[in-house]
Design a protein around this ligand. Structure first.
Ligand code: C2E
Ligand code: MG
Ligand code: MG
Ligand code: MG
Length: 301
C-alpha cells in the first residue's frame, strides 16, 4: 500500500485507488463537521456475567449518521479520525457523554440500593467501558481531560473501564506510560480489546496494570468448528484467571459459543446472542426491571 512507502507517493494511475481516496476525502470533510452538527451518538452493548446472567456492564460504541453519506460504520470512520487527529475532539466528546450517562446509571443504582428491603438482592454496579484510541492515549492532556470530566459528571472512576488495543501497549512512550499510570491512580480500569489479534509479545501484561482481557470475536466466530481457535480461546480464559484478570468474550452469536464459554469458565460475554448495542434509555429500562436485567438464553437451537 502507498501508505507504507510514505504518504507522498500518490498512485494517480489506479482508478480504484482514486475512488478510495475520494471517498476518504469526502468522509473526512463531513466528519470534521459531524461534532458541531450533532451527528454522532452512542449506543451501549450489554456485557453479561456468565454465572449470574446479569448485565454487569456495557460498552459504549460510537455511531455516525451523516445526512449526506448515511450511516457510516465506526470501522470506517474511526481509523480515518485517528489519521487526521479528529479522534481527539471526537474522543473527548464521547468521554464526556459516556461519563455523564454512567453518572445517571450510578444515580439510578444508588436510589435502588437505598430502597432495598431485607432479602432483596443487591445488584452489582454497572461498569461502563469506553474505547480509547492510540492517538488519545499518546495525547499529553488526556489525564487532565479525564479528571475534568470525572469532576463535571460525578461518576465514580471505578465504574469506568477504558478499552485499549494491544498494539498501543507495545509502543515505547513516556506519555503513554504516564497516562496509564494516572488513569489507574484515579481508579479507572483498563481492558485489552480484541485480545489475541495484536502482536505475540505478552510482556506488556507485566508492565501495565490491566484488569480485563476481551477475547477477539475472530476466535469466538470459529467456535465450534475450529478446534485450534477453541484452544486459543480456552487458553486466554485460563491465562486471565491465572493472572487475576477478568475475561470477556466478544461476538457471541450462538448457543454453542455460549455453552463453550461457560464450560471453560469465561467470566462474561458480549454479543448478539444476549444483546446488540442499545440506546441509553433501553439500558436504563433493563437496570430498573425487577429481574435486574438478567437475560434468558433459549435452550437448544
Ligand atoms: P470493538 O471495540 O471490538 O467493538 C465490538 C464490535 O463488535 C462493535 O462493532 C459491536 O457492535 C460488534 N458486535 C457486538 N456483538 C457482536 C456479535 O455478536 N457479532 C458480531 N459480528 N459483531 C458484534 P462497532 O460498533 O461497529 O465498532 C467497531 C469498532 O470501532 C470497535 O470495535 C472499536 O474498535 C471502534 N469504536 C467504536 N466506538 C468507538 C469509540 O467511541 N472510540 C474509539 N476509539 N473506537 C470506537
Ligand atoms: Mg471495544
Ligand atoms: Mg473488541
Ligand atoms: Mg473489534
Amino acid at each position: 500500500r502507498a501508505k507504507e512507502h510514505g504518504r507522498r507517493q500518490v498512485e494517480v494511475f489506479n482508478p480504484a485507488m482514486n475512488a478510495h481516496l475520494e471517498r476518504r476525502a469526502r468522509l473526512d470533510a463531513c466528519l470534521r463537521q459531524a461534532l458541531d452538527r450533532n451527528e454522532l451518538s452512542l449506543l451501549y452493548q450489554p456485557v453479561i456475567d456468565l454465572r449470574s446472567l446479569e448485565m454487569t456492564g456495557v460498552e459504549a460504541l460510537l455511531r455516525w449518521h451523516s445526512p449526506e453519506l448515511g450511516e457510516i460504520a465506526p470501522s470506517e470512520f474511526i481509523p480515518l479520525a485517528e489519521d487526521s487527529g479528529l479522534i481527539v475532539p471526537i474522543g473527548e466528546w464521547a468521554m464526556r457523554a459516556v461519563f455523564a450517562q454512567a453518572a445517571e446509571w450510578q444515580a439510578i443504582q444508588a436510589a435502588q440500593s437505598a430502597a432495598l428491603h431485607p432479602g432483596d438482592v443487591m445488584r452489582l454496579p454497572l461498569r461502563v467501558a469506553l474505547n480509547v484510541s492510540a492517538r488519545q492515549l499518546l495525547w499529553s492532556d488526556l489525564a487532565n481531560t479525564v479528571e475534568r470530566a470525572l469532576e463535571a459528571t460525578g461518576v465514580l472512576p471505578r465504574r469506568l473501564e477504558f478499552e485499549l488495543t494491544e498494539s498501543l501497549l507495545l509502543q515505547d512512550s513516556t506519555t503513554l506510560a504516564r497516562n496509564i499510570a494516572r488513569l489507574r491512580a484515579m481508579g479507572i480500569e483498563l481492558a485489552i480489546d480484541d485480545f489475541g489479534t495484536g502482536y505475540a509479545s505478552l510482556s506488556y501484561l507485566l508492565r501495565f496494570p490491566i484488569s480485563t482481557l476481551k477475547i477477539d470475536q475472530s476466535f469466538i466466530r470459529r467456535v465450534p468448528d475450529d478446534p485450534d481457535a477453541m484452544s486459543i480461546a480456552e487458553a486466554i480464559v485460563a491465562m486471565s484467571s491465572a493472572l487475576g484478570l477478568r475475561c470477556i468474550a466478544e461476538g457471541v452469536e450462538t448457543r454453542e459459543q455460549f455453552d463453550f464459554l461457560r464450560m471453560v469458565d469465561c467470566d462474561a460475554i458480549q454479543g448478539f446472542l444476549v444483546a446488540s448495542p442499545l440506546d441509553a434509555r433501553q439500558i436504563s429500562e433493563r437496570l430498573t426491571t425487577p429481574n435486574g436485567g438478567r437475560v434468558t438464553i433459549e435452550s437448544g437451537e
